[in-house]
Design a protein around this ligand. Structure first.
Ligand SMILES: [Zn+2]
Length: 395
C-alpha cells in the first residue's frame, strides 16, 4: 500500500485520517533505455548524477492502480506523492501543479478556488513534512538549491488561472501560498482568455491583461501551454517578462491544438522565454501517430531547438507515476482533454516508450542529448540553464 511506494502523510494514521488506495507496485510496461556506446554511457551517467536538471512540468503524483479509484482518491485530497521516486530521478527542480485542476472536493466540475486551495494546502503540508524537498519562492532559494547536495526544489504551479475567477487579489494570495507559475487557461476558456480546445479564440480578455500584469509585478511566471493560439500570443506580448510554454511540442510535426505553431514558438523565444518539451501520451507524436516513444518526443525537441535556438528549449515531460491514460480518461469530459488532442484518438498510444514516468523520461532525455552530439554547454542549457534564466528574471 501507500507506505511501500512513498512516504506521503507519514505523520498521519492511515485508515483513520485518510483512506489508503492500492498503488502501482511497478511500471506497467517494460523499461526502455536508449542504447549508448560505453563512452556515451559514461558521459550520460555523469550528466544525470552531477548536472542540475530542471523539468518545467513534472508530477510526483501517483495514480492509483484501479482506474475506478481515481475520482474518490482525488476527492479525498490525500493523494500519494512519490518523494522516493523523485529522489532517484536525477531531477533537481520541478514545476509541479499538484493536480489542482482535478481536485473535486466541493465541485463536480473542477477548477474551483475552494478545491484548488484545499488541494494546495494538503500538498504543501505534506511537503513541509518531507526531508530534502523545498518550495522555490525567490532567487535566494534558487541559489541555495544549486549549492545544496541533492535537494529537490519545487516551483509550485497552477495549471490554469481559472480558480481565480474575476478576483485579481487571488493572484496575490496564490503568491502568498508559494505559487510561482500559473497557466493562463486550461483547455477550456475562462475569464482571462481562451483555451486550446475552444473552437474560437478571442484572445486575452481585458481581465486577462490585468492578471498577466499582476503576475509580472508579483514575480509569477505566465505559462501558456494550454492557451488557444491568439490568447497565447497576446500573453507573450502583454507580459513584461519572458513567458514559458512549460509543456508542449511543435505543431509542424504533429498538427493538434495541443502543439505550438512556429509563430508562437518564435514569439516566445524572441521575448526571452523558454519552451519545455512534453512527453505526455499522445501529445508529441510524429509520423502516423499510432506509436509514441522518446524518439518522437526528442524529434519535437530537435525541431524546436533548430527553429528558435538552443537557448530557448528545455524539459517539460509532464509524466506521472502510474497510468497516465487512465487519469486522462477519468477527467476527460471535465477538462476537454480529447478535444485538445484534435483528431488523434485519445488512446492512439497506450504509453510513451522510454518516458513512462519522470525517472525514465529524464534519464532518456539525457541519454538522447548525449547520443546526438550536443555539446556540454548546450546540454547544460537544455537541462537547466534556460529555465533558470527565466526564473531568475521573473521571480
Ligand atoms: Zn498540462
Amino acid at each position: 500500500m501507500g507506505a511501500s511506494v512513498g512516504d506521503s502523510f507519514h505523520y498521519l494514521q492511515q485508515g483513520a485520517d485518510y483512506v489508503p488506495y492500492e498503488l502501482p507496485r511497478q511500471s506497467r510496461f517494460p523499461p526502455y533505455e536508449i542504447p549508448l556506446t560505453e563512452a556515451e554511457e559514461e558521459r550520460a551517467s555523469r550528466y544525470l548524477a552531477e548536472e542540475f536538471i530542471v523539468s518545467m512540468r513534472e508530477h510526483g503524483f501517483i495514480v492509483p492502480e484501479r482506474p475506478s479509484d481515481i475520482l474518490p482518491y482525488c476527492r479525498q485530497l490525500h493523494t500519494m506523492y512519490n518523494y522516493e521516486g523523485l529522489r532517484r530521478s536525477g531531477l533537481n527542480l520541478i514545476f509541479d501543479n499538484f493536480m489542482e485542476a482535478i481536485s473535486l472536493t466541493h465541485s463536480k466540475a473542477g477548477q474551483k478556488w475552494d478545491d484548488a486551495i484545499a488541494n494546495l494546502g494538503i500538498r504543501l503540508c505534506d511537503l513541509e513534512h518531507q526531508e530534502g524537498f523545498s518550495l522555490i519562492r525567490n532567487v535566494r532559494d534558487l541559489d541555495r538549491l544549486a549549492a545544496s547536495k541533492g535537494e529537490i526544489g519545487i516551483v509550485a504551479s497552477m495549471e490554469t488561472a481559472t480558480p481565480i475567477e474575476n478576483e485579481l487579489d487571488r493572484i496575490d494570495m496564490l503568491y502568498g501560498f508559494g505559487i510561482r507559475c500559473i497557466g493562463i487557461t486550461y483547455n477550456d476558456a475562462n475569464l482571462l482568455g481562451s483555451g486550446l480546445s475552444e473552437a474560437s479564440d478571442g484572445g486575452l480578455t481585458a481581465f486577462g491583461r490585468k492578471a498577466v500584469r499582476r503576475m509580472n509585478r508579483l514575480g509569477i511566471v505566465a505559462d501558456i501551454s494550454h492557451c488557444g493560439p491568439r490568447t497565447s500570443l497576446d500573453v507573450v506580448y502583454e507580459s513584461e517578462h519572458p513567458v514559458m510554454i512549460t509543456h508542449t511540442g511543435a505543431k509542424k510535426l504533429w498538427d493538434s491544438p495541443r502543439m505550438a505553431s512556429d509563430e508562437l514558438l518564435k514569439a516566445c523565444a524572441a521575448k526571452g522565454g523558454v519552451i519545455g518539451v512534453c512527453a505526455a501520451p499522445n501529445t508529441t507524436l510524429t509520423g502516423s501517430g499510432t506509436d509514441h516513444s522518446i524518439e518522437d518526443v526528442m524529434a519535437h525537441f530537435r525541431y524546436i531547438a533548430d527553429l528558435v535556438g538552443i537557448d530557448h528549449v528545455g524539459i517539460g515531460s509532464d509524466t506521472f507515476y502510474g497510468d497516465h491514460l487512465a487519469l486522462q480518461d477519468a477527467f476527460d469530459a471535465r477538462l476537454m482533454l480529447s478535444e485538445s488532442h484534435g483528431s488523434v484518438p485519445p488512446h492512439a498510444a497506450t504509453h510513451v516508450r522510454g518516458a513512462e514516468n519522470p525517472n525514465e523520461a529524464t534519464s532518456n532525455i539525457v541519454r538522447w542529448l548525449t547520443k546526438h552530439g550536443y555539446s556540454e554547454p548546450d546540454i547544460r542549457k537544455v537541462l537547466s540553464g534556460n529555465a533558470v534564466r527565466v526564473l531568475r528574471r521573473v521571480l
